[in-house]
Design a protein around this ligand. Structure first.
Ligand SMILES: [Zn+2]
Length: 328
């Protein structure tokens, strides 16, 4: 089926399905296809939409989605669970953040374009067919091959109905770190598309590194199931988790402390370490061993991202600091 023909509001109740949707023609013939897993309850209820591999080098969510699908039974479900385990199919094939077909970052082109490049078309169809149908939306990311980020659930911290519903779901998700971002959300993201449609939303991060660590897959699968319990899609109480470290700050990883020069990077701080203004947080070295630059914290903060990939080009993001939320 072509994704244009998909109507998730008319899915038959009490079914669990897996299908590949044609999304864009390939030049050599055939189609780029998007995998979709659906579970519909025998009873009506909310629609939860979950994405993974919006970046093609982030694998925890792919595995978590399959674990969630195996656990959910239509007889015990209210509403609909719609999950796309691989969103950027071309980037997934090459295990890269961006698409090898058009070079685009899927998480920067939402809400996309029906007549655009492959990545823009994927964003378009994901927005109009799935995100727009959601009562709540979860985007399962991790730090991928390049970054290193603690396992966390993120949300947009705003004092309106969408913000309150997002925070409530983020709390119940149960990740060890809860990271809120004051609006506005930078454009092009899945979350900006969701918020433009008034859909409460969450996303995740994890250390990544091209792996799918079992503890992160567990965290993401348990988190999505907890949100389903919270939404009364499953008639059980959410599993309780220890209180999270609640952080607040800009989540735009496109604007972080960056490399002044091509080199290799040696971080001098750990994830979630508290650093002071002026503290040495990393050093940059050339292949002969010379130290080319030192990186010092520009403000006090908690390390929420540090570069994981050793080699850097000038301008590559290296370290990001954030703050603690006032209440926890
Ligand atoms: Zn990502």
């Amino acid at each position: 089926m072509h994704i244009a023909e998909l109507d998730v509001t008319t899915l038959e109740r009490g079914r669990k399905e897996a299908c590949l949707l044609d999304i864009s023609q390939r030049p050599e013939g055939g189609w780029w296809q998007l995998p979709l897993l659906t579970a519909t309850g025998t009873e009506p209820g909310p629609t939860l939409v979950v994405f993974a591999a919006v970046h093609g080098d982030e694998f925890e969510g792919v595995e978590a989605i399959h674990r969630i699908a195996a656990k959910v039974s239509p007889a015990e479900l209210r509403g609909a669970l719609l999950m796309v385990p691989v969103c950027n199919v071309a980037a997934y094939a090459t295990a890269t953040r961006n698409s090898p077909v058009d070079g685009l970052n899927l998480a920067r082109v939402f809400p996309g374009s029906e007549n655009g490049t492959l990545t823009q078309q994927i964003a378009h169809w994901l927005t109009v067919k799935l995100i727009s149908a959601a009562d709540l939306f979860i985007d399962l990311h991790s730090a991928g091959v390049v970054g290193d980020i603690p396992t966390l659930v993120g949300y947009v911290h705003s004092d309106d109905d969408t913000g309150r519903r997002s925070l409530a779901a983020a709390r119940v998700f149960g990740a060890p770190v809860l990271w809120g971002h004051p609006p506005p959300v930078p454009p092009g993201r899945t979350l900006s598309a969701a918020l433009d449609l008034g859909v409460p939303c969450l996303y995740t991060e994890a250390p990544g590194a091209g792996r799918a660590r079992p503890q992160d897959v567990d965290c993401f699968a348990r988190g999505v199931l907890n949100v389903m319990r919270h939404l009364d899609m499953l008639l059980e109480e959410p599993e309780t988790a220890p209180p999270p470290l609640h952080l607040l700050g800009d989540g735009n990883m496109d604007e972080v402390m960056s490399a002044p020069v091509a080199s290799y990077f040696r971080p001098r701080v750990e994830l979630l370490e508290e650093v002071k203004t002026g503290q040495l947080v990393g050093t940059l070295h050339d292949p002969l061993g010379a130290t080319l630059a030192e990186l010092h914290a520009e403000n006090d903060g908690i390390v929420i991202m540090r570069r994981g990939l050793h080699r850097v080009h000038g301008g590559d993001g290296l370290i990001h600091l954030t703050g603690r939320a006032e209440e926890s």
